[in-house]
Write a protein that binds this ligand. Structure first.
Ligand SMILES: Nc1ncnc2c1ncn2[C@@H]1O[C@H](COP(=O)(O)OP(=O)(O)OP(=O)(O)O)[C@@H](O)[C@H]1O
Ligand SMILES: [Mg+2]
Length: 1109
């Protein structure tokens, strides 16, 4: 069998202690030293990694190294913590097994560093991606935060973890981290108020004071000087190699990455500052009148500042430091605190404040890093707990820490020594038992429920009556005296009565890692972990969100009189839970060893290492490993894992799994000494055999992968080909369909064209035939018509000819007859027959004329000028005469309808016509105007009452006229009245009679031929009224006035006929002068009115516009 032995054979010393020859404690140590001297700090015992703290940085944690160990077999490369981390991660990812990394060793052995290395390796090799990287970063960055608040410098370790930490990292099925959960175990809070010599308080206090900006410190009311704070030990404030200021920045940065809000960080720092302030509060005694001592705060400045920081009312806190209220059975009793009690209260508050802040930080980090996805996940737990420690002065904390380490050792023993050996027996493997020390007895001494030390402590704490640390020790002395690992001066075991190394107030326990002396002082108090309710209530009242959360029991609404569980009880419980949790996971051990006590590199103190090798049980571990088998596995999973290595088992084995494994091993020709068959498992002695199997499996898997790949590729190509083929058929089908459709359409359209041409041709042929037929029919009809016409005409001609002949015959006959008659009767009427016939004809014609005239008579209107036309020339005169007679007759008829008044009017009109027609241009326009006579309604109008009365006769005409002034030719309005006897002129306004001329005095009237209304009344010379001369007047009703004047003259018997002179120039007698009035035609001026101007003494010129006519 060719096995690649790898580096295991080829290295400094022996990489795996199992291969050490000869095996003794010395050779073991020599091997470790040899390797340590050559910077080989890791050595295997089978799958367990021994790590020796190098106390200096080695170049073996580089990214290249990570790559080197990635996905490699455990034994392939030289031992390294990365190989263990890789193994754990791969079996988590590939085999779906939850893992836990148990890192043990005493304080300063390098556990915390180892845990960080494991985490950083896993982070480097697991999946990548934005979200995954964020999760990784948060998980990694939770370390600096927790270290700042939970680590401190001790004499053994400059960065000693003062709390236990177990972190579960959760992964998805691909091995990508999803998140994590951190559990913390009992912080060593007593360190807040007091540190042993050479040690420091928690790092954060120093980091804050060194690294915070001046501004931040001012806000937190702090000073940079460490010496100003009672809680900070001065002698070791600065630590070599620790840069507190830089670390503060790192912590702030880490808090930001983890997801702390700015205000949360501020609150945290405020609390840290408050703890420092609290340490500076000092008390002084003050005696009271009743003799008791009461404490008073010395300088209230720090208290004030602290209260300001936390938003607490100063008086409330001050009172809480001075009084203690005890509530029992609904009764409240308040007692004053003395100085010691006040200091106790102060420190208790500081410790509580800090430890609760620490727990809050863990909870807050958990909130940030918790896995979001709710899918099933795999878990890798990393346990980094405070290491076993032995100080000069060991107290409750060390007791608890060492108890925890005992439990871890127990787990190691359980799983690697006891369980393994028992398994060989169970499985029927030949086995010689190997002795080892089982520390279960020590665990029992501490945790036994009946008489364990923790149970005793609890019992003592809960017991009524006076309880002190001494009473507790007494109790231990009685209960545990018989226990072989318990030592006390006062125990019944007389062996220690004279042991001066064991003081009276101490007890000693022989731990697996050595004897530790515990001073009982403070055990009871620390276990009770009491904080006076007044203080928690004062804290709850704080106006600070974080403080309020930290002290929920201070809420007065939720007063709980039940005692809180003791610190010991809580710790025991949480350790119990942790152990149960670890047992469910596949353990991976890292056993840290501290090479010297000086924290120095290159120093390998034999005695110290030997001690650790002993108490860690490493020799026993090697022995069990060597005698036993490196690897075991139930048959089913083994067959399942390796069945591909043998043709008979691959791919299915039908028989029992064990037989399958046997066939497999035989087939592989593995040396029978290398393995044994148990009842349910196969045991493989040497890791190399396993390595060989794994190597073959890997090879085979590669071949199988190639096969699968081949088949898959073939399948893929075939599928692809079939798909292509199918596609091609589909495409072809579609194309053919398309081509056929196209062809069909082409043929169809061609057919349609041919069809249409054929049909067209047929139709045209038919049309031609039909047309021809129709033409034939028409021709026949025409010919027939012509024929019939010809026939008819011929017949007509014949008939006409016949008729003419008959007529001619008749005429001839008539003539003949006439001739005969005339011949016969010539002798009777030859002389007057002509006249008689003539008369008869004439008579007949006239008769016809009159009858025709009667039927076509025109209307009876006198103005109708129509008349039928003349029928015969010889009746011309008669026709004209008849027309005249008819007109006269219808005029007479028309007139006969008139009333008397109308007749007078028409007579007047007739008279006017006789006087003026064709003589004066004004006449035509007057024809249509009726002669009204009284235009002024003189009798009815009251205005003319007087005038009416002055005139005796009936007024024939009343009108307004203009009397033309001889001097300027202008007119003055006058009323003109005409009666049967007089012409009266009166004033138009007053009605006063200006002149009254009897009509017989009027000799004549002169008017022009034109369209003006001027008229001159000429008086007889010598008449009485003619004194002033003639009157030249103008009127719009000239025609009517003159007509009426003339008529009066015509009708009156005593009057002469009035002369009417119509000419364009006449003389008018004005008093003595005769003035000529001349009418001329002028251009229209002044709105077409007639104007009269005096030209000279003898001439008045009247201009009449042409249009006025
Ligand atoms: N692999 C390492 N390489 C270099 N230095 C290391 C390594 N492991 C540990 N150290 C050094 O040893 C110191 C102590 O280690 P670490 O804090 O891990 O001890 P621990 O076992 O956790 O102790 P404790 O129980 O007190 O917490 C570290 O501060 C570091 O200086
Ligand atoms: Mg640590």
């Amino acid at each position: 069998m060719e096995v690649k032995t790898s580096l295991l054979d080829n290295m400094i010393g022996v990489g795996d202690m199992v291969l050490l020859e000869p095996l003794s404690e010395d050779s073991f140590l020599d091997n470790l030293r040899k390797r340590f001297d050559h910077n080989e700090i890791y050595t295997y015992i089978g799958s367990v990694v021994i790590s020796i703290n190098p106390y200096r940085s080695l170049p073996i944690f580089t990214p290249d190294k990570v790559e080197e160990y990635r996905n490699r077999n455990f034994y392939e490369l030289s031992p390294h913590i990365y190989a263990l981390a890789d193994e754990a991660y791969r079996s988590l990812r590939d085999q779906d097994k939850d893992q836990c990394i148990l890192i043990t060793g005493e304080s300063g052995a390098g556990k915390t560093e180892a845990s960080k290395l494991v985490m950083s390796y896993v982070a480097a090799v697991c999946g990548k991606g934005q979200e995954v990287n964020k999760v990784k970063e948060q998980l990694l960055q939770s370390n600096p935060v927790l270290e700042a608040f939970g680590n401190a410098k001790t004499v053994r370790n400059d960065n000693s973890s003062r709390f236990g930490k177990y972190m579960d990292i959760e992964f998805d099925f691909k091995g990508d981290p999803l998140g994590g959960v951190i559990s913390n175990y009992l912080l060593e809070k007593s360190r807040v108020v007091k540190q042993p010599r050479g040690e420091r308080n928690f790092h954060i206090f120093y980091q804050l004071l060194s690294g915070a900006s001046d501004d931040t410190l001012k806000k937190l009311k702090l000073e940079r000087d460490f010496s100003k704070y009672n809680y900070l030990s001065l002698d070791s404030a600065a630590v070599n190699g620790l840069d507190d200021a830089a670390n503060f920045r790192t912590v702030r940065n880490a808090m930001q990455i983890v997801g702390f809000m700015e205000d949360e960080m501020q609150s945290v720092l405020e609390l840290v500052a408050a703890v420092l302030k609290l340490g500076n509060i000092e008390f002084k005694p003050e005696s009271r009148c009743n003799g008791t001592d009461e404490s008073r705060i010395k300088d209230k400045n720090d208290l004030k500042e602290m209260c300001e920081l936390l938003g607490i009312e100063q008086s409330v806190l001050e009172r809480a430091f001075s009084y203690r209220t005890v509530e029992a059975k609904m009764e409240k009793v308040s007692t004053t605190l003395n100085v010691a009690q006040a200091y106790y209260a102060r420190d208790a508050l500081a410790k509580n404040l800090y430890s609760r802040l620490f727990s809050w930080l863990v909870t807050r980090i958990n909130e940030s890093i918790k896995a979001q996805a709710k899918t099933r996940h795999k878990v890798m737990g990393v346990l980094d707990i405070y290491g076993f420690e032995i100080f000069e002065d060991n107290s409750f904390e060390q007791f608890i820490i060492n108890y925890c380490n005992e439990k871890l050792q127990q787990i190691f023993i359980e799983l690697t020594l006891r369980e393994e050996q028992e398994e060989y027996v169970r499985e029927g493997i030949e086995w010689t038992n190997i002795e080892y020390f089982n520390n279960a007895i020590i665990c029992d001494l501490i945790e036994n429920n009946q008489n364990g030390i923790l149970a005793m402590l609890d019992e003592e704490c809960l017991r009524p009556g006076t309880v002190t640390d001494e009473t507790f020790l007494d109790k231990l002395n009685t209960v545990c005296a018989e226990h072989q690992h318990f030592e006390s001066r006062l125990s019944k075991n007389s062996k220690f009565l004279t042991d001066h190394s064991l003081p009276h107030n101490c007890f000693r326990i022989q731990h697996y890692a050595g004897k530790v002396l515990y001073r009982v002082e403070g055990f009871v108090d620390k276990n009770n972990d009491l904080l006076y309710r007044d203080l928690s209530q004062a804290m709850y009242k704080a106006n600070h969100s974080l403080i309020k959360q930290l002290f929920p029991e201070g809420n007065p609404a939720k007063v709980n009189l039940k005692r809180p569980p003791t610190a010991g009880f809580q710790f025991r419980h949480s350790v119990g839970t942790l152990m149960k949790n670890l047992l469910t996971k596949n353990p991976n051990y890292i056993r840290c060893i501290k090479p010297n006590d000086k924290k120095a590199s290159h120093i390998f103190t034999d005695s110290l290492v030997r001690h650790q090798v002993r108490y860690l049980g490493l020799m026993e571990n090697v022995r069990v490993r060597r005698a036993g088998y490196a690897f075991r596995q139930p048959y089913e999973p083994c067959l399942e894992r390796y069945k591909m290595l043998c043709k008979r088992t691959w791919p299915h084995w039908r028989g029992p799994a064990r037989e399958g494994v046997e066939v497999l091993m035989t087939d592989l020709q593995v040396n029978p000494e290398e393995f044994s068959y148990g009842r349910s498992k196969i045991f493989i002695r040497n890791p190399r055999t396993l390595f060989f199997l794994e190597e073959r499996r890997k090879q085979c898997l590669e071949d199988l992968a190639t096969l699968i790949q081949k088949i898959y590729r073939g399948w893929k190509c075939r599928t692809h080909f079939l798909l292509l083929k199918q596609s091609q058929i589909t495409v072809a089908a579609w194309y053919r369909r398309y081509a056929q459709q196209k062809k069909y359409k082409r043929i169809k359209s061609a057919t349609t064209v041919v069809q249409s041409y054929t049909r067209g041709w047929q139709a045209r042929k038919l049309l031609r035939e039909l047309k021809y037929q129709k033409r034939c029919e028409e021709a026949v009809t025409t010919i027939a018509a012509y024929w019939h016409g010809t026939q008819a005409r011929r017949e007509l001609r014949r008939l006409k000819e016949e008729a003419r002949r008959r007529h001619a015959v008749a005429v001839i006959w008539a003539y003949w007859q006439g001739l005969q008659v005339r011949r016969e009767y010539r002798k009777f009427f030859r002389a007057n027959a002509g006249k008689k016939i003539y008369d008869f004809v004439i008579q007949r014609i006239i008769q016809k004329y009159f009858l025709g005239l009667r039927s076509s008579m025109p209307s009876m209107s006198p103005i109708d000028s129509s008349w039928p036309s003349r029928p015969y020339l010889f009746l011309d005169q008669t026709h004209t005469e008849l027309r005249r007679i008819f007109h006269l007759w219808r005029c007479k008829k028309y007139r006969s309808q008139f009333t008397e008044e109308k007749r007078a009017v028409y007579e007047e009109k007739l008279e006017a016509s006789e006087i003026f027609k064709d003589k004066k241009a004004l006449y035509p326009s007057s024809v249509s105007q009726p002669f009204k006579g009284d235009y002024l309604e003189i009798t009815k109008n009251p205005k003319y009452q007087k005038l009416s009365n002055a005139v005796e006769e009936k007024v024939l005409l009343a009108d307004v006229v203009n009397k033309i002034n001889r001097a300027n030719g202008k007119g003055t309005a006058r009323i003109f009245l005409l009666t049967k006897k007089n012409v009266v002129l009166a004033d138009q306004k007053t009605g006063q009679v200006k002149a009254s001329v009897p009509l017989p005095d009027v000799s004549s009237v002169s008017v022009s031929t034109q369209s003006d209304g001027f008229f001159a009344l000429k008086l007889k010379e010598g008449a009485a009224s003619a004194v002033k001369g003639d009157f030249l007047l103008s009127s719009e009703h000239l025609i009517e006035i003159i007509t009426k004047l003339h008529r009066v003259g015509t009708t009156a018997a005593d009057m002469e006929q009035l002369n009417i002179d119509i000419s364009d120039e006449f003389l008018v007698q004005f008093k003595q002068d005769k003035v000529c009035v001349k009418f001329i035609q002028g251009a229209p001026k002044n709105g077409n009115s007639v104007s009269c101007k005096r030209k000279n003494n003898r001439l008045l010129e009247v201009s009449v516009p042409t249009t006025a006519a």
